[in-house]
Design a protein around this ligand. Structure first.
Ligand SMILES: Nc1nc2c(ncn2[C@@H]2O[C@H](COP(=O)(O)OP(=O)(O)OP(=O)(O)O)[C@@H](O)[C@H]2O)c(=O)[nH]1
Ligand SMILES: [Mg+2]
Length: 297
C-alpha cells in the first residue's frame, strides 16, 4: 500500500467519568459503538471506532473515565485510559461545564506532557450560560495552554461539525492502520455484553451495576436468527437474587430490553438466554479479569 495523499491516525478520547466521552465517540463515528448511561464508570474498556473514506482513516478510541482505583478492575480501566495517552496522534480531552478543573490532577499532569496536539472539549454547554462558559474556558486555558479549546454539546450536536473539521485537519499523512472496511476492533460478542450491561446499569441501583460483568457463552448466527447464551456474573448471592428479582421479573425485563436493542444492532431476530452466576470478588481476581478481557500490569 502506498500513502501518497492518504491520512490516518489515532484520535483518543479521554477524561473523567460521565463527561460525555462515549456520547461524543458515537457522534464522531456515526455508529452506536459505546454504551451511554447517566452513571459514572459506564465504559470499562478501550474501544475503537473507525471512520473510513477514500483518502482518510480515523481510528477513534473511547476509554473509561479516569479514577483512582479501589479494586483491580479499576486498575485495568485506568490502564486503558493511560494507554490512550501514549499512542494518540490527536488527544481529545473531554471535560464538561460542571466538573472542577483540579479533579484528577495526576492525569492532567500526564496530559500536559503529551507531545501530540490536544483538543480540549468543554462538553454539555447546553447546561450553562455564556458568562459562565467564558470563565470555564479561561480556567482551562490557564491550566492547559497548549490545548485548543472547543466548547461543544454532544446531546444538541452543537459544534460537532467544527470538531470533525479540526480533527481531519490534524490527522497526519499515513497509510491506513486497518482494512478499509473495518468499523471496530471488537467482535460482535463484545457488543452483546455491552448492550446487556447497559440495561443492567439502567435498571438496577447503587452498587449492583458495578458488581456485574456480562459474558457471552454462545453466539450462533444463522441467516435470520442469532441465538445467544449469556451469563451475568455477580459478586455475592444477595446480588444474584436482586438481579433475578421477584419471580424472575427483573431479569426478564432486562432481557427484553437488551433483546430489542440487539435486534436493531444486528438487524436480525435474536433469541437471548440469560443465566446468573456468583463469582466471589471477581473484580479483584486476576484470572477472571483476564478472562473478561481486562489487561493487568
Ligand atoms: N446535558 C448534556 N448531557 C450530556 C451531554 N453529553 C453527554 N451527556 C450525558 O452525560 C451522561 C454521561 O455520558 P457518557 O457519554 O456515558 O459519558 P462518559 O464520559 O463516556 O462516561 P464514563 O464511560 O462513565 O466515563 C449521559 O447521561 C449523557 O446523556 C451534553 O452535551 N449535554
Ligand atoms: Mg463512556
Amino acid at each position: 500500500m502506498h500513502n501518497s495523499g492518504h491520512k490516518s491516525g489515532f484520535v483518543n478520547i479521554v477524561g473523567n467519568p460521565n463527561v460525555g466521552k462515549s456520547t461524543l465517540m458515537n457522534l464522531l463515528v456515526g455508529e452506536r459503538i459505546s454504551i451511554i448511561t447517566s452513571k459514572a464508570q459506564t465504559t470499562r474498556h478501550r474501544i475503537m471506532g473507525i471512520v473510513n473514506t477514500d483518502e482518510m482513516q480515523i481510528v477513534y478510541s473511547d476509554t473509561p473515565g479516569v479514577l483512582k482505583p479501589n479494586y483491580k478492575l479499576q486498575e485495568s480501566m485506568l490502564g486503558f485510559s493511560q494507554s490512550a495517552l501514549d499512542d494518540a496522534d490527536i488527544l481529545v480531552y473531554v471535560t464538561d461545564v460542571v466538573e472542577k478543573i483540579d479533579k484528577n490532577d495526576f492525569f492532567l499532569e500526564k496530559v500536559k506532557k503529551t507531545t501530540s496536539p490536544v483538543l480540549l472539549l468543554i462538553n454539555k454547554i447546553d447546561l450553562t450560560h455564556q458568562k459562565e462558559l467564558e470563565k470555564t474556558v479561561a480556567g482551562w486555558q490557564a491550566v492547559l495552554p497548549q490545548a485548543e479549546i472547543i466548547p461543544v454539546s454532544a446531546t444538541n450536536k452543537f459544534n460537532i461539525d467544527y470538531l470533525k473539521k479540526r480533527i481531519e485537519a490534524l490527522i497526519p499523512d499515513s497509510p491506513p492502520y486497518f482494512e478499509k472496511d473495518t468499523l471496530t476492533d471488537r467482535p460482535a460478542r463484545f457488543f452483546v455484553t455491552e448492550m446487556i450491561r447497559e440495561k443492567i446499569l439502567l435498571y438496577y441501583q447503587k452498587e449492583i451495576p458495578y458488581s456485574v460483568e456480562v459474558a457471552v457463552e454462545q453466539f450462533i448466527e444463522s441467516a435470520d436468527l442469532i441465538t445467544i447464551k449469556s451469563l451475568i456474573i455477580v459478586e455475592r448471592d444477595s446480588q444474584k437474587g436482586i438481579i433475578i428479582g421477584d419471580q424472575g421479573k427483573a431479569l426478564k425485563k432486562v432481557g427484553t430490553m437488551a433483546r430489542k436493542d440487539l435486534e436493531k444492532f444486528f438487524d436480525k431476530k435474536i433469541f437471548l438466554e440469560m443465566f446468573v452466576r456468583v463469582e466471589k470478588d471477581w473484580r479483584n481476581r486476576d484470572s477472571l479479569l483476564r478472562k473478561f478481557g481486562y489487561n493487568l500490569e
